[in-house]
Design a protein around this ligand. Sequence first.
Ligand code: SF4
Length: 446
Amino acid sequence: MALTGIQIFKLLPGTNCKKCGSATCLAFAMNLASGKAELDSCPDVSDASREKLSAASAPPIRPVTVGSGSTAIKVGGETVQFRHEKTFFNPTAIGGVIDDTLSADDIAAKVKRWQALQYHRVGLNLRPELAIVKGGPNLAAAAKAVADNSDLSIILYSSDPAALKAATEVLAGRNPLIGPATIDNYKEVAAVAKEAKVPVWLKAKDLDEVAVLTKALNEAEIKDLVVDTGARTPKEVFKDSVAMRRAALVAQNRDYGYGTITFPCEITDNLALQVAVSAALVAKYAGIVVLSDMDGAVVFPLLLQRLNIFTDPQRPMTQTEGIYPINDPDENSPVLVTTNFSLTYFIVSGEVEASRVPSWLLIKDSEGLSVLTAWAAGKFSGDDVGQFILKRSGIVDKIKHKSVIIPGYAAAISGDMEEELPGWTVAIGPREAAHLTKFLKEFKVA
Ligand code: SF4
């Protein structure tokens, strides 16, 4: 069990020396208990106390890495039950099942199709990350076909430890997640995982058995675990997902302090219903959702939902400051400037694109605030925007004219801008992006 702040405080030196960056040992203890500080920040803690405190500084839900390289995912590692308390860190990974009875050519075609499901939004690349290779005798060959034809991270799914061992050897360096370890085979699966140094997913028959299996696997020195509670109805899998999170964070029960893997594909054959179940599980704590197949209609809504849930609610989403050419602009094309709030960027860029008028869109860093808020907060002032256009944006090297369009809501900055931009014309655009098409079609650069 994790220690409370007061219990931690009693194990600290108590000198209030501030070397850890906290004003007092008590403040440091409270930060440590809530995961906001690292034990290593206190240089004076004794070895005996350090040993006792390691439990307190360990994350309540153990983070486990699956896969390697740029597509590696993290399961677990969450510290709050509700997103508004802080943020969720490790997005629910999405994958599809590869049956080992498929031919190597069919597997190659399938995983290449899955790998192509990539979408660029708000500066991020959204994609499914996983292939779940399922079967027995042909598991190793199927795993090799997936590895040879995609960068997807791989989960091995077989009740036969010998098949898991053979496939794990084929996937050396890819760090697959192997399982299921059950009450009947966990010793053999643990032996394979220990030798290959890979994480294990376990399958229990209910939540009580989850605790039995996590304890048993820990005793077998397998700490990197992902849990399948065994539930195979929408209601039960959702209930278990919430119960696991509550047990780990509220009751601080280490037996349940693991990320989860869920199988909507084993709840229903209907792919649309699998998506509906997955959507509930993305919202409520699943570490991994496994679908029977994936295409754009299946994964895109889940990726967008996931994007929204796993962003920090205390930090607005932003677009990178810079120049965004739209509709293939040239040196005579109009220039628009606005703030870097993602929603502002998407709405404005969408309207400019729809107008078919070649244009340069300048995005200025305004700490993620929308136009009116940024202006009111002094993050989109005339001199600042003028300096950005002239000195930082690089737009003067791309155009032959000297005119810029500012958002209608920021009309008040036009005077200051003209002082910063001698010889420039500052045009005031519409207040609403919906009116940009008409405005741009009629606009003449000075
Ligand atoms: S460094 Fe250690 S002893 Fe010093 S204030 Fe922080 S917790 Fe206390």
